[in-house]
Write a protein that binds this ligand. Structure first.
Ligand code: SAM
Length: 288
C-alpha cells in the first residue's frame, strides 16, 4: 500500500471503496505531503510519544504519525472509513482505530490506559463544524495533554492567537490562552484538500500551560465574566457584567472594582488581557 499523501493515491483508495464524502462530518482529506511534514514537525513527535489523532479519514496523517510515534490511537466517527483504515494502516502495529464520536469519549481514561496517565500529544485535521467543542473538551476533560497540534479554519486560528485590542480577540482567545500558548505554524490553502473547503486553513500548535498564568480563585466566575464581556462587545465592561444574569454584579460594584485595580471604569472587555480578567475575577470573588 503506497503512502497516501498525494491526490492520485487518495482518489484510488476512495474509488476502490466507493467512498462518499459526508458533509455532516466535515470531511476534507489532506493531499499535500508538505503540509503533513509541517504538522508532524510542529507536533514534535518522538519515538516515545503516544498520539491521539481525531478524525483520521482514510489514514493519510495517521501513517505519518505511526512512522514517528510509539503508538497512535485514531478516533473516527464515520464507520464507512473503518475498512479503508484497516487497509491503509494494516502494516502499522502501533496503530489502533476506534470508531466513536470523539465528543463522547472518556479521554482521561484513554490517557491512563495508553500512556499511564502521562501527558499525551493530540494531532488532528479537525472537522471544522466542531472545532471549538473538541478543543475545549480536550482542555476541560482533565486528560493530561502536552500539546494539541491541529488544522483549523484560518479565521478560528487567528481568533485563538489574537491579543487584546485586535478585532479577532474574544472569548475563544481567552479560553484557549488560559489553557495553552497558541502558535500558528502554517497557512494551508483549499487546494491541499479533497474536496476543497470553502475557507482557508491554518495549522496551530497549542502548547498546554502547566498552570494558568495567574492563580484563579473561581474558574467558573472567570469564564462567566469573559462570556458576559464579549456578548455585548460594544458595551463597556461594567455594563456587560451588570447585564449578565448569572453574575449578580451591580454596575457600582463593577466600577468600584475596576477603579481599585487602576483600570478605567469605561474600559471594554476587548481591551483587557487574560491576566487582567483573572485579577478582576479574583477581586469579585472576594467581594461576593
Ligand atoms: N485526518 C484526515 C485527513 O487529514 O485527511 C481527515 C480530516 S477531515 C477534515 C475530519 C475527519 O474527522 C473526517 O474523517 C470525519 O469523518 C472525522 N470526524 C468528524 N466528526 C467526528 C467526531 N465527532 N469524532 C471523530 N471523528 C470525527
Amino acid at each position: 500500500m503506497a503512502n497516501l499523501g498525494s491526490p492520485q493515491n487518495t482518489i484510488a483508495i476512495l474509488q476502490k471503496y466507493n467512498f462518499r464524502f459526508q458533509k455532516k462530518f466535515g470531511q476534507n482529506f489532506l493531499i499535500d505531503s508538505r503540509v503533513l511534514d509541517k504538522i508532524i514537525r510542529a507536533a514534535d513527535i518522538t519515538p516515545e510519544d503516544f498520539v491521539l489523532e481525531i478524525g483520521p479519514g482514510i489514514g493519510t496523517m495517521t501513517q505519518y504519525l505511526c512512522e514517528h510515534a510509539r503508538a497512535v490511537t485514531a478516533v473516527e466517527i464515520d464507520r464507512n472509513l473503518i475498512p479503508i483504515l484497516e487497509e491503509t494502516l494494516g502494516r502499522y502495529h502501533n496503530a489502533e482505530i476506534i470508531c466513536q464520536d470523539i465528543l463522547k469519549m472518556d479521554l482521561a481514561r484513554l490517557a491512563e490506559e495508553k500512556n499511564s496517565g502521562s501527558p499525551i500529544k493530540v494531532v488532528a485535521n479537525l472537522p471544522y463544524y466542531i472545532t471549538t467543542p473538541i478543543i475545549m473538551g480536550l482542555f476541560e476533560s482533565h486528560m493530561p495533554v502536552e500539546s494539541v497540534t491541529v488544522m483549523v479554519q484560518k479565521e478560528v486560528a487567528e481568533r485563538m492567537q489574537a491579543a487584546p485590542g485586535s478585532k479577532d480577540y474574544g472569548a475563544l482567545s481567552l479560553a484557549v490562552q488560559y489553557y495553552s500558548l497558541p502558535e500558528i505554524v502554517a497557512n494551508v490553502p483549499p487546494h491541499s484538500f479533497i474536496p476543497r473547503p470553502k475557507v482557508g486553513s491554518c495549522v496551530i500548535r497549542l502548547a498546554k500551560r502547566p498552570t494558568p498564568p495567574l492563580p484563579v480563585e473561581d474558574e467558573k466566575l472567570l469564564f462567566s465574566m469573559i462570556r458576559a464581556s464579549f456578548q455585548q462587545r460594544r458595551k463597556t465592561l461594567a455594563n456587560g457584567l451588570q447585564n449578565a444574569p448569572d453574575l449578580s454584579i451591580s454596575k457600582e460594584l463593577a466600577i468600584r472594582t475596576l477603579e481599585s485595580l487602576g483600570l478605567n471604569p469605561n474600559i471594554r472587555g476587548e481591551a483587557l488581557s487574560l491576566e487582567q480578567f483573572i485579577t478582576l475575577s479574583n477581586a469579585f470573588s472576594h467581594d461576593k
